[in-house]
Write a protein that binds this ligand. Structure first.
Ligand code: GAL
Ligand code: CA
Length: 333
């Protein structure tokens, strides 16, 4: 087969230029993912004896900026783009540009609708199931509250219900809506009575999570028995607030992502659990798709593509029981 990457001798050129744009450089989980990607690309350069250039830019939360970054990457001769969309409903412009220039795109972490991904056969999505992470977060609470003595430990006022607050990610993000719904459903389906005392959007952000919890602290702090958070950074913000309050009767706190500081809080017992969002696994998948597209070869067997579009990495529950093991196994970029 003719390939734009083959020279006249039918050999593949060695170089690969990958342009990565993230929605916000300050997002902890996304930053850890791009760190993994960069370090894995360095390793692959050595393993394959080729040059892989990975350039990471941030759109600073503006879709128009990201659209321009895509133009710049294409003009700079990138072989493939990896895009963490700012607005997951607004991918049309980027897709058109890439298609016109015949530059494939691996979207990641911020899931666009299938219809968009079907606009061209060189579009991919790497991520994880939002529903699964919400289910697992709920399951951590169920496991900790099953059995009368366990339940009593968290039901501080002894009314047979868990009074909770929930910190939510960005409005409209697949991981906010779905995680909220699934975590709550799993808990209530297990027969645990919940009573919501408050909810607030904190945009995945630790400082915003703390601000929200500070507000609640004054009004309902002593009544809160459970803090559900759509991600770890917001849960860490809640923990910051709890530490500052000097109160001792902490609620059960759970998050999602398994970031380094969150695993530390699980180890120290300030947070009861988190759900590992596999940044190294996602980075590996992104890199392998980029590499295979760039060299026009088949994907390696460990990358499973669903419907020729999707790679979905499994989540994993982390609690006091396995946190030490998880810390030992963690990929260090
Ligand atoms: C989620 C992750 C959040 C945040 C968000 C950004 O998957 O759990 O912490 O990084 O993606 O899109
Ligand atoms: Ca209660």
């Amino acid at each position: 087969m003719e390939s734009k990457f083959q020279n006249e001798h039918g050999e593949c050129p060695k170089n690969l230029k990958i342009g990565v744009s993230v929605y916000d450089q300050y997002d902890t989980f996304v930053a850890s993912l791009t760190e993994c990607l960069k370090s894995m690309a360095k390793q692959k350069e050595k393993d394959e004896n080729i040059s892989i250039n990975v350039e990471v830019v941030s759109a600073g939360g503006k879709q128009s900026v990201q659209n321009d970054q895509v133009t710049d990457f294409i003009n700079a001769g990138c072989d493939i783009l990896c895009i963490n969309l700012v607005d997951r409903t607004d991918a049309t412009m980027i897709i058109e540009k890439a298609k016109n220039a015949n530059v494939p795109i691996v979207f990641f972490n911020r899931e666009l609708v299938r219809e968009d991904l079907e606009r061209w056969d060189k579009l991919y999505y790497v991520g994880s199931s939002a529903a699964e992470s919400g289910d697992m977060e709920g399951q951590i609470v169920v496991d900790l509250c099953t059995g009368e003595d366990n339940f009593k430990k968290w039901d501080k006022n002894g009314d047979g219900k868990l009074q909770y607050v929930i910190l939510e990610g960005e409005a409209g993000h697949q991981d906010s809506l779905v995680r909220t719904e699934h975590s709550i459903n799993i808990i209530t389906e297990a027969g645990i009575n919940l009573e919501k005392l408050g909810d607030g959007i904190a945009n995945w952000n630790r400082a915003q999570g703390k601000t929200k919890m500070d507000q609640w602290m004054g009004e309902i702090g002593d009544d809160i028995e459970l803090v559900l958070s759509n991600n770890d950074d917001m849960a860490l913000g809640a923990i910051d607030s709890w530490k500052e309050s000097g109160k001792s009767d902490w609620p059960l706190i759970v998050g999602i992502d398994g970031t380094a500081p969150a695993l530390q809080e699980v180890l120290e017992g300030n947070m009861q659990g988190t759900v590992l969002n596999d940044a190294p696994g996602q980075a590996h998948s992104i890199l392998e798709i980029a590499y295979s597209m760039g060299q026009d070869i088949e994907l390696p067997e460990d990358i499973e593509l669903t419907d020729d579009i999707y790679v979905s990495l499994p989540y994993r529950i982390v609690t006091a029981e396995n946190v030490e093991q998880i810390l030992k196994q963690q990929y260090q970029p």
